[in-house]
Design a binder for this molecule. Structure first.
Ligand code: GRG
Length: 320
């Protein structure tokens, strides 16, 4: 997947996005806030969402201009701010291979630095991109919060439904992927139909991304995850792959997390989840508008499947 996104046009745009992200994250009058925001921003991260924004701009035949670069930076800042809040809620100690803000600075400072990052993205969107883009991003933050709330409300609920989990991940993850594409479509003045098509593509890709993240939490080795496998189960989060396995055989869920992990490994959870994601990838590709640039079309058409294949290789490595 990295190779796919590593085309010169996207790599060039991402360097500009990086500069913009760092400038925005370091723009508080308070050095303590800048230091904290810089910590999460510079700790790493794949920059997948801003890469999608740039790819969408190019798909509509537009070289990403200053507004698109800022929109892409805002998307990544919203992602980073939500990670800070997520770590706070989970009392997580590690993120992107570094200590979390809550571990390093305490929960109170982490909370307001997360708020600062989110608010700074909103301010940049309204002042340096456009009102429609700012509206999309603000609505996305609402969806993130709602998706996360639904997950929290369902913790340790053995009756959690597949529909409820799907609604939660649509809000907490897929909405930002959708926005990553939509903001570039808006900046490109794409037609309403093409905006809706790109938004659907982003949303389906976001669902795939989260469902596979949930699968890896059950199957990937600790070294890759940076945390022990089964973290979601330990937190009482019954994710979509688990709920679908439970629908086939409710006895896979045990009180002991390691017993549940062992039982799940005896099921067809990996194959079933990959198949589910391949169906979502097919929806994503069907949604794409006409893309004239062959290189960008190859990226957009290739991305969802490339990511699924990448995760499949990881799960196979684990099994052998
Ligand atoms: C008020 C915006 C706001 C947030 C509160 C905490 C919260 C609601 C939402 C959390 C949403 C969340 C953390 C979803 C998980 C998404 C996910 C799969 C993150 C990992 O993304 P990667 O792999 O991370 O792209 P990197 O580090 O590569 O950027």
């Amino acid at each position: 997947m990295d190779e796919l996104l590593n085309t010169p046009a996207i790599a060039h745009g991402l360097r500009k996005v990086e500069t913009r992200i760092r400038r925005l994250a370091g723009s508080s009058a308070l050095p303590g806030i800048n230091a904290g925001a810089d910590r999460i921003i510079t700790a790493g991260g794949k920059r997948l969402r801003p890469a999608l924004t740039l790819a969408t701009s190019l798909a509509f035949g537009k070289t990403p201009d200053r507004r698109v670069i800022t929109a892409a930076a805002c998307v990544e800042l919203i992602h980073a701010g939500s990670l800070v809040h997520d770590d706070l809620m989970d009392h997580a100690m590690q993120r992107r291979g570094a200590r979390t803000l809550n571990a390093e600075l305490g929960e109170g400072k982490a909370l307001v630095i997360g708020d600062f990052i989110l608010a700074r993205a909103g301010l940049a969107a309204i002042t340096a991109v456009s009102r429609p883009v700012a509206e999309v991003l603000a609505a996305t933050v609402v969806e993130l919060a709602e998706g996360q709330f639904l997950e929290t409300a369902d913790q340790f609920n053995r009756e959690r439904t597949v529909e409820s989990a799907l609604r939660s991940i649509t809000g907490k993850t897929a909405a930002l992927f959708r926005a990553s594409c939509l903001v570039a479509a808006i900046c490109a003045h794409a037609s309403d139909e093409d905006r809706a098509r790109m938004a659907l593509y982003g949303e389906r890709f976001g669902l795939i991304f989260q469902i596979l993240d949930d699968l890896l939490d059950l199957t990937a080795p600790t070294e890759r995850l940076g945390k022990p496998a089964g973290n979601d189960l330990r937190q009482g989060v019954y994710t979509l792959p688990v709920l679908r396995a439970m629908a086939k055989d409710p006895s896979v869920l045990h009180d002991d997390v390691d017993a549940t992990l062992a039982a799940l490994r005896e099921t067809t959870i990996v194959g079933d989840t990959l198949e589910h994601c391949r169906g979502l990838a097919s929806d994503a590709l069907s949604a794409l508008p006409v893309i004239h640039d062959r290189d960008i079309a190859a990226i957009m058409y290739g991305l969802p499947t490339a990511y699924i294949d990448h995760v499949e290789r990881q799960t196979l490595t684990r099994a052998s």
